[in-house]
Design a protein around this ligand. Structure first.
Ligand code: ADP
Ligand code: MG
Length: 718
């Protein structure tokens, strides 16, 4: 947790102490400053926004005679004799006898290993606050490695809610805490340095939402008087961060709407009906509905910003392809971007199939397309003879020139956050392309209303007909022989299988216990799956080789593909019916769900086998859990259910792993556990503010406006 979007350190004059280097804080020398730099802390202002990750509750005092074993406690004590000796193993041990505050002797001791300074800085008879873990040692109770502070000193390290800060090697917990305490309380003015932080919220807003002022919020979030005030302070900082995000996204959306500079794309109903009729399958109701929404957007001058959300295998590609066809039918071009070259290749193949009976011209443009072919494609995009470019998002970054780009489709958008979304948009020249993002990751309400607030959302909540539910089994490594028999059986029926491992290579950290793709492939080829056509694929292979392997698998020249999670996203091989995941406990729920989504795409029954020693894993149990669908059939949990389950299991989202949720873009708020009410409060407040002051030009909004600018600057965009 570092600076916030709402961070309001004034960058302009009048300069404040907050812009001074950290070395101006007593106790921070050049050495320490260097260490702090590693954590991106340069100025006093930066330091103030280095927030604790948790607290030790050392706020309650217990008389020594009431201490209990095996708990962390705090007491006020009088130091007795302090002695030092070497233990048998040669470590320096310091031991202090402790008496009650009033001097009554007790048996309680305090012991430290290796902290020579305890004896140097404290003396017998001194009254101290002592906080730490208490244990039985023989028949007496001991504080082991406690924190010690003179009782007449201000409570910083003991006797309070003690902040625990994220650290970097070389900085001790006590040091960081001391520096922060000085930064919060120190300074020239009576209010402390924290008093110099500019207040971004007008008083009316603070009153309406019962928020403390920024200075006391910062003070309380570091050195809280009590838990209530800590919560109130955190709520205040979260409020600021969310409000600024809401303002930024709402302003941007308003700008897009006002500029309304997209090409309206339109084709007559009859033509559209013909295209849909020519598809190799009938669209599901959910596909039709989503496509209808997209078509509606495409017809407008306001550029579309739509997220197409649908579980793996729900058929998002065809919907995107139809959108591209509308663009082509209107004489404009589409860029279809995938997170990997492999997926781009697959999309190119899908388009070839979907557009088999005439339709847009398209070309694959990845880094493996070089030389004359590349020049040809670039020329085709520039002169408009190619309707659809399929590639990775390097398409945008490399300034590929289009004659008339009107639609950008970003597949598997969970890899792209707010920042990247903006890139696609703002790179357009003259006109803004319509933007269609797809994701298989369920977007929880909290994200919908925050970092995706500038998007409209379409949901494909229905799988194509004829899909059989995938059967998932948990197996132990001992049961593998039966699993391989099953694989052989599937291959005999002309089907294909994936075997996925957590590691690439046996030499990697984790040793022999962790299945690796390289060793597994070798072993299977030699023993259990001898005679079958095996292939290996992993992330260290050059993209070209991976694509070649994948192509062979897609063409049915390979029976069993042994791979790492490079097969995780998007790969579509309807003939693959078995997914064996080795070391399954090492994968997150989202990953397991994605992997399982690679099979069950054809009409044959498919099997997912999760192999693990960890039979008690809640995650693995979630993968085999069942629910009843609308028709009363028992079906596995879908991505949405699993996301909820994952939240319940681990509190916050592994499902929303960093990259998926875009959460690192927020610095204080953990969106996974933010109070939904705070989200709606900030959304409403943002609307209210912008309704009266759309440009944030009023003086009372100056700090908010600055914070919004800063947020965009952080995304490196004006
Ligand atoms: P995802 O939503 O995971 O990207 P895809 O677009 O790759 O899914 O589609 C998965 C598979 O389902 C593909 O083989 C595709 O051809 C097929 N498919 C898509 N829509 C339908 C449909 N309406 N009926 C039958 N098969 C479909
Ligand atoms: Mg897909």
């Amino acid at each position: 947790m570092t600076p916030t979007a709402a961070r309001t350190r004034a960058a302009d004059p009048p300069a404040t102490s907050l812009d001074l280097p950290v070395t101006r804080i007593p106790g921070i020398g050049a050495e320490s400053a260097k260490l702090l730099e590693r954590m991106n802390i340069h100025t006093i202002g930066d330091l103030l926004w280095h927030l604790p990750s948790r607290f030790d509750d050392f706020s309650k005092f217990v008389p020594l005679r009431r201490l209990v074993p095996n708990a962390s406690q705090t007491a006020v004590a009088t130091l007795g004799r302090i002695s030092q000796r070497r233990t048998a193993s040669g470590k320096l041990m310091t031991e202090a006898e402790l008496a009650e505050e009033d001097g009554t002797p007790t048996d309680v001791r305090a012991t430290w290993f290796g902290r020579a300074f305890v004896k140097e800085t404290h003396r017998e008879g001194e009254r101290v606050r002592i906080s730490g873990k208490v244990r039985f040692f023989g028949r007496t109770l001991q504080f082991s490695q406690p924190t010690l502070e003179r009782a007449d000193a201000e409570a910083v390290h003991t006797g309070r809610l003690v902040p625990i800060y994220p650290l970097t090697e070389g900085i001790k917990p006590g040091q960081m805490r001391r520096w922060l305490h000085t930064a919060i309380e120190g300074g020239m003015r009576r209010t402390g340095l924290v008093g110099e932080v500019a207040e971004p919220l007008p008083p009316a807003i603070r009153e309406r939402h019962r928020l403390p002022d920024i200075a006391s919020a910062l003070r309380q979030v570091h050195f809280p008087d009590d838990v209530e005030r800590l919560f109130a302070a955190r709520r205040r900082l979260a409020f600021d961060e969310l409000l600024v995000l809401q303002l930024a996204l709402a302003q941007r959306r308003a700008r897009w709407t006002a500029q309304a500079s997209a090409l309206p794309l339109f084709v007559p109903d009859a033509e559209l009906a013909r295209w849909i009729g020519e598809l190799p399958f009938a669209l599901t109701g959910a596909q039709q509905k989503s496509f209808g929404e997209i078509r509606g957007d495409l017809g407008k001058r306001v550029p579309m910003s739509r997220l197409l959300e649908g579980d793996v295998g729900s058929g998002k590609t065809v919907v995107a392809a139809l959108a591209a066809r509308i663009a082509a039918g209107s004489g404009a071009q589409t860029a279809l971007m995938a997170p990997t070259e492999l997926l781009a290749e697959q999309h190119a193949r899908s388009l070839a199939a979907l557009f088999a009976n005439g339709g847009p011209t398209h070309a694959l443009l990845t880094s493996s397309v070089t030389g004359d072919r590349r020049r040809e494609i670039l020329a085709g995009l520039a002169d408009g003879s190619i309707d659809v470019a399929v590639g990775t998002h390097a398409l945008v970054e490399e300034h590929v020139a289009f004659k008339r780009l009107a639609l950008a489709v970003v597949d598997e958008q969970h890899r792209f956050g707010v920042r990247q979304r903006a890139t696609f948009r703002e790179k357009g020249t003259g006109t803004d392309p319509h933007l269609l993002l797809t994701t298989a990751t369920p977007i929880p309400q909290t994200l919908n209303q925050t970092i995706y607030r500038d998007l409209d959302i379409s949901v494909i909540d229905e799988l194509p007909l004829g899909r059989q539910p995938i059967v998932t089994h948990l197996r132990t490594p001992e049961q593998l022989p039966r699993v391989w028999e099953g694989v052989r059986l599937a291959v005999r029926r002309g089907q294909q299988a994936f075997v996925v491992t957590p590691r690439i290579d046996p030499a990697e950290e984790g040793g022999d216990d962790v299945p690796s793709a390289i060793a597994t492939e070798k072993d299977l080829q030699k023993e259990e799956l001898r005679g079958l056509r095996l292939a290996l694929m992993h992330g260290r292979m050059p993209a070209k080789e991976r694509d070649a392997v994948m192509r062979r698998f897609a063409d049915g020249e390979v029976d069993v593909l042994v791979a790492t999670t490079v097969v995780e996203v998007g790969i579509d091989i309807p003939n693959a019916t078995v997914m064996v995941v080795l070391g399954a406990e090492r994968f997150g729920l989202a990953q397991l769900h994605q992997l399982r989504g690679r099979i069950g795409r054809g009409s044959e029954r498919s099997y997912c086998v999760l192999v693990s020693d960890a039979s008690d894993s809640e995650r693995l149990a979630a993968m085999t859990a069942k629910k009843r669908d609308d028709d009363g059939r028992e079906v596995p949990l879908d991505g949405f259910d699993l996301a909820k389950r994952d939240l319940a299991i681990r509190g916050a989202g592994e499902f929303l792993g960093e990259r998926q949720s875009g959460v690192p873009e927020l610095r204080i708020v953990d969106l996974a556990d933010v109070d939904p009410e705070l989200i709606s409060e900030t959304a409403e407040e943002a609307d209210r503010i912008l309704a009266g002051d759309a440009a944030l030009a009023r003086s009372e909004h100056a700090e908010l406006s600055r914070a919004v600018d800063q947020l965009w600057r952080r995304y490196a965009l004006a």
